[in-house]
Design a protein around this ligand. Structure first.
Ligand code: NAD
Length: 451
């Protein structure tokens, strides 16, 4: 049995059966049986079903946000925005179903056409930090393209995916199109990766497990999309609006208690304004409201588990941080304070993904060094550039190795724009129209017109 906990109270909130290989195979078989019928649904009707799902998510938004907040320990306000995004994602892909066309290509002796074909059964494996959100980023384009799905949520956070599966049926999407299997990554996940009837794996998780997915997929030459870890840089130049950059920076790291692949956990600051910026940053960090996730005013909750809290703590052993915030005085809950550490880019804290509310603040001399330090990491997911110089913003945006960047903002995830990483942050793109490429193959057909 799997006991699901509320990380803020450590209370059990559900007991679930865990699936094994047999149940995984049964889910794949169901998805396979349904594939022909689902791909044959007329595009407008498939769009209508996804639209109905989006509307049901909106109608159940408070319930879904509550589940997510209790299961992940995330503040209810953040959980509400995430559920709003889930609905928006299904609305977007409902509209996208009939807006992707093939081509006609001039060739000798006839006509060449392309078709976008669904892949078949797609395995979706998601992490615990944004369980429903990330599931929707994959489900939307997968279903829009006409594939059927086996979705494996993270063991720690299966509840919102299970509720979503009920809403999928309520929306009228036929049984067998979306199959949720709760179980261990090493069992259910691994089986999906190796299963000969699974055509593609959409994976979000750590780089370490992503590597295993890549190895496992080689056996069947399975298509994979990998959304992996990050160690993103928040570049603050001396000519930036420093107050604004400093006020925003804590939320770019401590949101979701730092358990965010896009966390700008390396704050790189130009040396000439370093002290001034750091003072603002400490004030802004001290103002982050940490506490009961069910309260509207709470900005940061606990970490996901005791084990994860222990791992995060190892990054601070022997380090005298520049700032350490407060946590609730309860003996229950996996709390960890907002922490700022002055570091160099070579320190462990600046190299590894801590995945907790810990930021490394690092000085740089000039634009050349800023770009060099930003790129001196195995990762390449996200990042921010704060400057009032438009030309510099563009230069640096082109030079930083990352899949998603923002200028004078820390917000780079939107339903309609592509999201994904470079280097060891993975490959493939989610969201926007680009995600559809990952869940379909292009078929080329030549028709001779010769008599
Ligand atoms: P994880 O890699 O431990 O697990 C992710 C998923 O993979 C879970 O469902 C897990 O059960 C499954 N899994 C584990 N072992 C497996 C195996 N051998 N085969 C197949 N599946 C297996 O990651 P996590 O701890 O749940 O999430 C945190 C990580 O996810 C962080 O590294 C974070 O950066 C990353 N992440 C990336 C993105 C992104 O879009 N790039 C978004 C969110 C989180």
């Amino acid at each position: 049995m799997l006991t699901v906990l509320n990380p803020a109270t450590e209370e059990p909130i559900a007991e679930l059966e865990q699936a094994g290989v047999e149940e995984t195979d049964a889910a794949v078989a169901r998805a396979r049986e349904t594939f022909a019928a689902w791909r044959a649904v007329a595009p407008a009707d498939r769009g209508r079903l996804l639209r109905r799902l989006a509307t049901l998510v909106e109608e159940h938004s408070e319930e879904l946000a509550g589940i997510e907040s209790r299961n992940v320990g995330k503040p209810i306000t953040g959980a509400r925005s995430e559920v709003a995004m889930v609905a928006q994602v299904f609305h977007f892909y409902a509209g996208a179903v009939d807006k992707r066309y093939g081509e006609t290509i001039p060739v000798a002796g006839g006509e060449a056409l392309t078709f976008r074909e669904p892949l078949g059964v797609v395995g979706l494996i998601v992490p615990w930090n944004f369980p429903l959100n990330i599931a929707s980023w994959k489900l939307g384009p997968t279903l829009a393209c006409g594939n059927t799905v086996v979705l494996k949520p993270a063991e720690l956070t299966p509840l919102s995916a299970l509720r979503l599966a009920e809403l999928v049926l309520e929306a009228g999407i036929p049984e067998g199109v979306v199959n949720v299997v709760v179980g261990k990554g090493s069992v259910v996940g691994q089986r999906l990766v190796e299963h000969p009837d699974v055509a593609k794996i959409g994976f979000t998780g750590s780089t370490e497990v992503g590597r295993k997915v890549m190895e496992g997929a080689a056996g069947t030459i399975k298509r994979i999309t990998l959304e992996l870890g990050g160690k993103s840089a928040n570049l603050v130049f001396a000519d930036a609006d420093l107050e604004r950059a400093a006020a925003a920076a804590p939320y770019a790291v401590f949101d979701n208690a730092g358990q965010d692949c896009c966390a700008r956990s390396r704050i790189l600051v130009q040396r000439s304004v370093y002290d001034r910026f750091l003072d603002h940053l400490v004030d802004a960090t001290a103002a982050v409201k940490v506490g009961d996730p069910s309260l509207d005013e709470t900005e940061m909750g606990p970490l996901i588990s005791a084990t994860h809290r222990d791992t995060v703590a190892t990054y601070l052993e022997g380090i005298d941080g520049r700032f350490r915030g407060e946590v609730p005085e309860s003996d229950r809950g996996f709390w960890f304070p907002c922490t700022l550490v002055e570091a160099t880019n070579d320190d462990r804290i600046a190299r590894e993904e801590v995945f907790g509310p810990v930021a490394a603040v690092i000085p740089f001399a000039d634009e050349e060094e800023a770009v060099r330090l930003a790129n001196d990491t195995p990762y390449g997911l996200s990042g921010s550039i704060w400057t009032r110089d438009g030309a510099r913003a563009l230069r640096v945006a082109r030079d930083v190795d990352a899949g998603v960047l923002s200028v004078n903002s820390n917000s780079s995830v939107r339903v309609s724009t592509p999201f994904g990483g470079v280097k060891q942050s993975g490959f493939g793109r989610e969201l926007g129209m680009h995600a559809l490429d990952g869940y379909s193959d292009v078929k080329s057909v030549y028709i001779s017109t010769e008599e």
